[in-house]
Design a protein around this ligand. Structure first.
Ligand code: ZN
Ligand code: ZN
Length: 593
């Protein structure tokens, strides 16, 4: 009899244990497949059968809600768990850190430490991640010190997260110090460090470190690739970018849509739109970032109808556009002067439930302003539900300047001043607007403010890539070893251009110089020197690619048109705003830039 009861009891506990294991497995698979319906049903079952008191089950529940982005459900489960083990704490802190609730993550981290739990190599990374997210370096340093004190200084997970935290807080030297002192590093450590350098535009360091990673045979991942390909895009290092593309292909990262989007924007920024299309076409599984990268490329290269087609293709493939997508579309419309199309996208955006931000309004005002629909642009500003910002008024100012509405321009300038803070690029626009309206005192005031804040205008630079060498020029530059030949070429070319009808427009020279001098200053703007260098260096008929850090001025724009006509060469100039492809006396931007 006694033996019988005993065996029955054994059966029940065994059954219960089996049940618990089953529930855990089911919860795990619901978490993996992000199936919240099954998850909720399981949770109901757990509550009914009283299993929520078991720590391991509450741990799985917290994870389930964390991965399905319901962190406050996780919080409730945590609060209802009576016996909290260090795993329970670990899962709730990581849940907050993963779901971008850094303050809660840190608050719970403190609570846990206060009641006497010792954080482990899972909890520390969550806490440092939260500090990085908040860019709170002091807090991050405190967590780092605490980790060192209890012996996690050389733990690879903890130290990697510390590298990432310092990098995110902008303390790049501290990040590097921890990185250098680590005895073992994983790909996450390398990526965190490289990405940190890219974020703070320390491009050279980023590339050097990447090279070292390859040399030390680190298995780089798609995240690392994305970072370094971006460097090539922003510094227009086409040669290196191509090499990296080859390496991606070799290591089979070429189908990753993250790497893909960085390749698309790299090729586009280097002026190779066709290569960007090829990368885009080869990757079938495209995320939103990849579509956006392709759309921006189309807009910058003036391939407007292609952008419209792609937008449609994107919609029908089931990818939902976001606010960046619409910014690309409006940008494309503005660069081609398509007013009705612009309005369509602006309305469509609202139908997608996306509230236009100030940049969308600015684009719309820009489209209307350029098309000489200044009053309509003005009414958009008057009716917009958010406060118009400097970029919105700036767009109106540009339109007014193009079409000579001095009165409205001065009004817009007043509005910019009312906003208080004015960005440095804006003062010149304001000063010109006042001067045109005859308000010379205000014009002087704007110029004085610019002088007072003491900003120097960024020096205009243009550069050309020749193999692995980059040749850089500034206006009137005579430092290049081929300087004499370059100037000779420009002079000869100018004679030809003048015969073809080119007349220098000196109104683009801001400095007060006499007529002849003015002519000299504008003749040697950096892009002209770069083009002349390319003409004497690249004898074949390949297109000439010139990069420039500032906007191309109106006179150079006209001059390069004539250059392309007289030499029969295709000249591609990328300024800080878009691409201009000059061919046989015309530009792809149709003079919208
Ligand atoms: Zn110029
Ligand atoms: Zn152009």
């Amino acid at each position: 009899m006694a033996a019988n009861i005993c065996s029955n009891m054994f059966d029940t506990t065994q059954l219960q244990e089996q049940n618990q294991r089953n529930i855990c497995n089911l919860l795990l698979s619901a978490t993996k497949s992000r199936n919240i319906r099954t998850g909720l049903q399981l949770h109901t079952h757990i509550l009914k059968s009283g299993y929520q008191a078991i720590p391991i089950i509450s741990h799985y529940l917290i994870n389930l809600y964390s991965k399905t982005q319901l962190p406050f459900h996780s919080k409730l489960v945590f609060q209802e768990t009576h016996i909290k083990t260090s795993t329970t704490w670990s899962s709730i802190i990581s849940c907050f850190a993963q779901n971008e609730l850094p303050l809660l993550a840190l608050q719970y981290f403190k609570k846990m430490v206060n009641i006497g739990f010792r954080p482990d190599d899972h909890i520390f990374p969550s806490a440092t991640k939260a500090c990085g997210f908040l860019s709170n370096c002091n807090m991050g340093r405190a967590v780092h010190c605490f980790g060192l004190k209890i012996g996690y200084g050389f733990d690879v997970f903890v130290a990697s997260s510390v590298v990432d935290m310092y990098a995110k807080c902008g303390e790049i030297l501290d990040a590097r110090k921890v990185f250098d002192e680590m005895p073992v590093r994983t790909v996450v450590t390398w990526s965190g460090m490289i990405c940190g350098y890219v974020q703070f535009c320390e491009n050279e360091e980023a590339l050097m470190l990447f090279k070292r990673a390859l040399f030390e045979e680190v298995e780089v991942n798609d995240f690392t690739f994305t970072s370094v390909v971006r460097v090539c895009g922003s510094t227009t290092l086409l040669g290196l970018g191509k090499q990296l593309h080859g390496l991606c292909w070799k290591l089979s990262f070429d189908s990753s849509s993250f790497v893909g989007s960085s390749l698309v924007s790299m090729y586009s920024k280097c002026g190779m739109i066709e290569a960007a299309y090829r990368v885009f076409d080869e990757i079938r599984d495209r995320n939103l970032g990849m579509w956006n990268a392709m759309l921006i490329a189309c807009a910058q290269h003036g391939h407007t109808s292609k952008a419209f087609d792609l937008f449609q293709e994107m919609e029908s493939s089931g990818v939902k556009p976001n606010f960046i997508t619409f910014l690309c579309m409006l940008y494309a419309c503005s660069h081609s002067g398509l007013v009705e199309k612009g309005k369509c996208y602006f309305d469509l955006m609202k139908r997608y439930g996306i509230e236009p931000g100030d940049q969308h309004y600015a684009s719309m005002v820009d489209i209307l302003g350029r098309a000489n629909k200044l009053q309509e642009a003005f009414s958009i500003i008057k009716e917009m539900p958010i406060q118009p910002t400097e970029c919105v008024w700036g767009a109106l100012l540009t339109g007014c300047r193009l079409h000579g509405d001095t009165e409205l321009a001065a009004y817009a300038a007043d509005k910019v001043f009312e906003l208080g803070h004015v960005s440095t690029g804006m003062y010149v626009l304001l000063s010109n607007a006042y001067a045109a309206a005859g308000r010379y005192e205000d014009a002087a005031r704007a110029r004085k403010m610019l002088r007072d804040i003491g900003v120097k205008k960024e020096t205009g630079l243009s550069w050309v890539e020749e193999g692995s060498r980059v040749h850089t020029f500034s206006a009137g530059d005579r430092r290049h070893f081929k300087s004499n030949e370059i100037y000779k070429k420009l002079e000869d070319l100018e004679d030809e251009m003048e015969k073809a009808g080119y007349v220098a427009d000196t109104s683009y020279v801001l400095r007060k110089v006499g007529g002849e001098e003015k002519n000299m200053a504008i003749r040697y703007h950096s892009e002209r020197l770069a083009i002349a260098f390319a003409l004497i260096t690249f004898e074949d008929n390949r297109p000439i690619r010139v990069m420039k850090n500032l906007r191309i001025c109106g006179d150079c724009h006209t001059a390069v048109k004539f250059m392309s006509k007289c030499t029969g060469r295709v000249i591609i100039v990328r300024d800080n705003n878009r691409f201009h492809t000059f061919e046989d006396g015309n530009c792809s931007c149709s003079d919208y830039w």
